[in-house]
Design a binder for this molecule. Structure first.
Ligand SMILES: C[S@@+](CC[C@H](N)C(=O)[O-])C[C@H]1O[C@@H](n2cnc3c(N)ncnc32)[C@H](O)[C@@H]1O
Length: 216
């Protein structure tokens, strides 16, 4: 399935089984994910995509928050999708999960009202970010919205300094556009409108920002 190289959830594959635990103790994970859900105003029958769903923590939170939504999680990493499948089975939730080849999303144009993505884009080099954003634009309905939570350029020098830990771990190239604060511009370039930072979280690894944009 995944021919394209990718950065695993915690950089090293052997850390994947510990992802939920390690993120839970080092990041304000629940607040970030809950804010992403609240800000996206999910209503019954909304079709939602969780891009780079990982272990499906956000996917499950969104479904539990608004059970009437139709939500799909997609990720490039088969191993993490296995973990996500186990969690969803345990909770007996109606959530679709899929892998893909890292290039073309396996969905028709305009399939989703809302696209959510948490802590994924700093794993993608700028050219990959551009391709994926164009794909996300394609699968968003007219009037639909994209919500990305990820590291961005902080006004605080301390937060910028702290982001270097993640940059060292996940790579300077993939994190470069995040560090320069270019995510809103990249979203705008593929056609999304009104891309802007809606919320900021200070963390021990640098500032996480929720950025939202619309397909008009
Ligand atoms: C830090 S984890 C975040 C997982 C989840 N969104 C969360 O917040 O818990 C980053 C995720 O992005 C996925 N990923 C990396 N490159 C990807 C790509 N090109 N397409 C889709 N997912 C990708 C990884 O497999 C991993 O599950």
């Amino acid at each position: 399935m995944s021919e394209v190289k990718f950065v695993s959830a915690l950089r090293f594959r052997w850390l994947t089984p510990m992802y939920d635990f390690l993120v839970g103790i080092t990041m304000p994970e629940a607040s970030i994910k809950q804010s992403l859900i609240n800000i996206s105003y999910l209503t019954d029958k909304t079709s939602v995509l969780d891009f780079g769903c990982g272990t499906a923590t956000l996917t499950i939170m969104a479904k539990e928050h608004r059970p009437g939504i139709n939500i799909t999680g997609i990720d490039i990493d088969k191993a993490i999708l296995n973990k996500a499948t186990e969690k969803i089975k345990q909770k007996k939730l109606d959530i679709k999960l899929t892998g893909y080849n890292g290039e073309t999303l396996p969905f028709d144009d305009g399939s989703f009202d809302r696209i959510l993505s948490c802590l994924v884009f700093h794993h993608l080099e700028t050219s990959v970010k551009q391709k994926i954003l164009a794909e996300l634009f394609r699968v968003t309905q007219n009037g639909g919205q994209l919500f990305i939570a990820d590291f961005g350029r902080s006004e605080s020098w301390l937060q910028r300094l702290l982001f270097n830990t993640i940059r060292g771990l996940d790579g300077y190239k993939p994190t470069s556009a995040n560090a320069k604060g270019l995510m809103p511009l990249l979203m705008h370039e593929v056609g999304f409108k009104n891309a802007a930072i809606r919320k900021k979280f200070k963390t021990i690894f640098g500032e996480v920002q929720i950025i939202n944009a619309t397909k008009q």
